[in-house]
Write a protein that binds this ligand. Structure first.
Ligand code: ZN
Ligand code: ZN
Length: 554
């Protein structure tokens, strides 16, 4: 391999947004570049993208550079870091590296999806050091809200990079070791060129509380409960799962797992040793037989997902699990922005049934897995990088992280966005752009976010559609009554006129107003009718529907 003269960084996702992480590191000499990817995640689509399940990074650039891609390293098993692997790996087919829990959770997920590809993952021990092409990578264990989160020290001939991944400082994380301070301090001694770091909580002062603090609250709440208790949390938070199990055991209760995702994580956590010493959980069928003060239901659905266990319980639609007046539901979770309404609906449904609802507004039943400002400052003091690049955040988080890094003594802060190509050495700075866009997972298909599909769908949802069919002879004579259909449009105007009638009259009037030669041109008829129908409806509604006109010539 030729001697590299440039070290590059290019985020294809996760910068300017929280989700869809995909970072590239490059070593190059002139036109030849070798790339290593870190993480391949998804974002969850909100109500503004009707019918779309997931958002994925568009990896067109990487597909073109496939021959130069030496590997993909996964930092941890959160969906925003590894959720796109099943859909996108077949387009890359590069070696994938991950620690045991991440690999096992991926395998369990893959087996749950009928057409998922077999992705050969190279499983690495925690803390290991290995080569990915010309990059030497060392895993640094960090505390987070899932087992085995890793920061990466990436050593290259042009300097060392710390890619923090998702991390926090938690002296008592319940599961796994605390963040490896010794290794990070040693990197500071060795010399760190650039720190590419988590900005999620860069606007929050102080330190985030520990998982162990949450465990104490859960223990008190469950010990004091009289009736049944249900706890909902992110399925992948095994430390929380363990805390709930220990709190239940201390109160003489058994844990029933409700929801597929929760059962899957439980199985993987047992396989990988993270629930050692915890009694087996009961399956959902046992719920009905256990006395009310002897059960804790551990449920999926903390984000208000309508098909998840908790939503069905709140609507009294769950086949096995019911709650009633005097029972308690603990939301051991944070509501992700965009999900407030869905979560609110569930809470209201529970409260109406007389169920006590506990959230993190009043009790310490959840902590974030990301560092607050004092923790970030501490990391900068240990590592002392020459360059800081804030990632994993929206614009505000990135800007605040940048200011914090400067205040911590970092000489150069590079603020960037998805698709920016930065040179880390020599002469750090923005040098170019690479193609970066989004894909939507729409049913079984991946579609480009730039096509009109979802925008059309949103328009249809906003203002409906009028469909007109006209049968004309070659001479332009109308051979049958026009067929007019309205979908998603009010039936009557304010003055009680039929909207169908308004559209129908607009079709006839327009046709009749066209000079005879024009009636022989189907396209001219289509255009004129479309414009007239939309205008006629809009004059009564103040909204313009989509209009589809078909002229059939016989
Ligand atoms: Zn994470
Ligand atoms: Zn993340």
């Amino acid at each position: 391999m030729p001697v590299a003269t440039e070290l590059l960084f290019a985020p294809l996702g996760g910068v300017g947004e929280i989700g869809m992480n995909l970072a590239l590191y490059g070593l190059g000499d002139g036109g030849n570049r070798t790339w290593m990817a870190v993480d391949l995640g998804v974002s969850f689509a909100g109500e503004d993208l009707p019918g779309v399940d997931l958002i994925l990074p568009d990896i067109g650039f990487l597909m073109e550079e496939r021959r130069n891609l030496v590997g993909l390293v996964l930092t941890h098993a959160h969906e925003d870091h590894f959720g796109a692997l099943i859909d996108l790996w077949p387009k890359l087919r590069c070696p994938v590296y991950a620690t045991p829990f991440t690999a096992a959770l991926f395998e369990a997920k893959r087996l749950g999806e009928p057409l998922a590809p077999d992705v050969p993952i190279k499983v690495l021990p925690l803390g290991s050091r290995f080569d990915v092409g010309p990059f030497n990578v060392e895993l640094v264990s960090v505390a987070h809200s899932i087992p085995e989160s890793n920061a990466l020290i990436i050593r290259t001939p042009l300097g060392n990079v710390l890619h923090t991944g998702d991390w926090k400082l938690d002296p008592t994380p319940i599961i796994g070791p605390p963040t490896d301070e010794r290794k990070l301090r040693a990197l500071g001694e060795e010399g760190c060129l650039a720190l590419i770091g988590d900005s999620t909580n860069a606007v929050r002062d102080g330190r985030s509380p520990s998982e162990a603090d949450v465990a104490v609250t859960l223990r008190e709440l469950i010990a004091g409960a009289k009736g049944r208790v249900a706890v909902t949390t992110f399925a992948s938070n095994v430390a929380r799962m363990r805390a709930v199990a220990e709190a239940a055991a201390a109160a003489g209760r058994e844990v029933v797992v409700v929801g597929r995702a929760m059962a899957r994580v439980e199985q993987v956590a047992r396989e990988t040793g993270y629930l050692e010493g915890i009694a087996d959980f009961r399956t959902v069928e046992a719920y009905g037989y256990l006395p009310h003060d002897k059960v804790v239901a551990l449920c999926t659905g903390s984000q208000g997902e309508p098909r998840a266990a908790l939503a069905r319980i709140a609507e009294d639609q769950h086949p096995e699990v019911t709650l009633s007046k005097g029972d308690m539901v603990i939301f051991s979770s944070r509501t992700i922005p965009g999900n407030e309404k869905a979560v609110g609906r569930i809470i209201n449904g529970l409260v109406r049934q007389g169920i006590e609802v506990i959230t993190d507004r009043t009790h310490l039943v959840h902590v974030s897995g990301h560092p607050r400002r004092a923790e970030m400052a501490e990391l900068y003091a240990w590592v002392r990088p020459r360059i800081a690049i804030p990632v994993h955040g929206e614009a505000l988080h990135l800007a605040e992280h940048g200011k914090l890094a400067r205040a911590a003594g970092v000489g150069e802060v590079l603020l960037c966005g998805d698709g920016d190509l930065l040179r880390l050495a020599p002469d750090p700075g923005l040098i170019d752009e690479v193609p970066a866009a989004r894909l939507y997972k729409d049913g079984a298909l991946l579609i480009s976010a730039e096509t009109r599909t979802v925008a059309d769908r949103r328009r249809l949802g906003f203002s409906g559609i009028v469909i007109v069919a006209l049968v004309l002879s070659e001479k332009g004579e109308m051979l049958a009554d026009p067929d007019v259909e309205l979908i998603g449009i009010p039936e009557e105007s304010a003055d009680k006129l039929s909207m169908h009638g308004i559209a129908y009259d607009a079709v006839i009037d327009t046709y009749e107003s066209l000079p005879k030669p024009r009636r022989r041109d189907p396209q001219a008829v289509e255009e004129a009718v479309k414009r007239a129908v939309r205008a006629a409806i809009a004059s009564h509604w103040q909204k313009k529907p989509i209009c589809l006109v078909q002229v059939i010539t016989v």
